[in-house]
Design a protein around this ligand. Structure first.
Ligand SMILES: [Cu+2]
Length: 259
């Protein structure tokens, strides 16, 4: 069966076809005027099997993408909306090889159990640079987490939509704006979209490796926002040693590699 990665990005493309790094407007986001798939303008894809798997990565700076087909056919189980951009022309071969059926269940990763009375941490994302009223500081530990904890992180996008990412952990969405997330949104996540003016509740499972002086990061994954300081950091420590942690790091270059 055909299996293609599709890396989709909007870019600012000049009239002569060169790339520009200038912003088109003064929005808090960074939006392009053209969309590239796997680095290609006006791409096409030749399909040779009856079913094809497309592994789609939205690698845009900040543009939201709702994928669908021009003829309205469904995309897996989750057909979404209609876009303004033609992304990719798909050309089927005259003869298509047979493909196995789509399985009923794609994954069996167990849910993250959050015990009654689990710690709830709250994060407010303001503007395009602050979490809980502060810009990122490389020498500041914002949160201290006991090893192996399962917690609820409630993340509020106060004015704009954001894209929240936590290093090291496994996480799942357990609530959006006071409601249960739709089925397709309940799988294990790496990065979570936060609709504007909403609170999203996450079940977060932390690992067991402890180091009170080497933090992990959590941040908005819109590049411009994280670069402006919409980022914080936490350490994982032996349970019951949380109070011993020195919240200020001695030097500014000990931060966990960022990505
Ligand atoms: Cu953001």
């Amino acid at each position: 069966m055909d299996d293609f990665p599709l890396i989709v990005q909007d870019k600012v493309v000049n009239a002569d076809g060169t790339l520009s790094e200038q912003r088109l407007d003064d929005s808090v986001f960074f939006l392009g005027n053209r969309i590239l798939v796997n680095g290609t303008l006006d791409p096409h894809l030749r399909i040779s099997s009856q079913r094809a798997r497309l592994r789609i990565l939205n690698a845009s700076n900040s543009r939201l993408l709702h994928f669908g087909f021009a003829d309205g056919r469904t995309l897996g189980r989750d057909a979404i909306g209609k876009g303004d951009f033609d992304l990719l022309k798909i050309i089927a071969a005259d003869r298509l090889s047979a493909s196995p059926p789509v399985p009923d269940r794609l994954a069996t990763t167990p849910p993250i159990e959050v015990p009654a009375g689990a710690r709830v941490r709250r994060f407010q994302l303001d503007g395009d640079d602050e979490i809980n009223g502060r810009d990122y500081a490389m020498d500041r530990i914002d949160e201290v987490v006991p090893a192996g904890a399962h917690e609820i992180w409630e993340v509020e996008a106060r004015d704009h939509a954001h894209n929240f990412h936590i290093h090291e952990v496994a996480l799942r969405v357990i609530g959006i704006g006071g409601r249960q997330p739709p089925a397709w949104y309940r799988s294990q996540k790496d990065t979570v979209f936060l609709p504007a003016t909403s609170k999203t509740r996450l079940a977060v499972q932390f690992g067991h490796f402890t180091d009170p002086t080497t933090p992990y990061m959590y941040h908005c994954h819109i590049l411009r926002h994280e670069d402006r300081g919409m980022m914080g950091q936490f350490v994982i420590v032996q349970p019951r040693t949380e109070e011993d942690v020195v919240r200020t790091l001695p030097t500014a270059d000990t931060g966990h590699a960022h990505g």
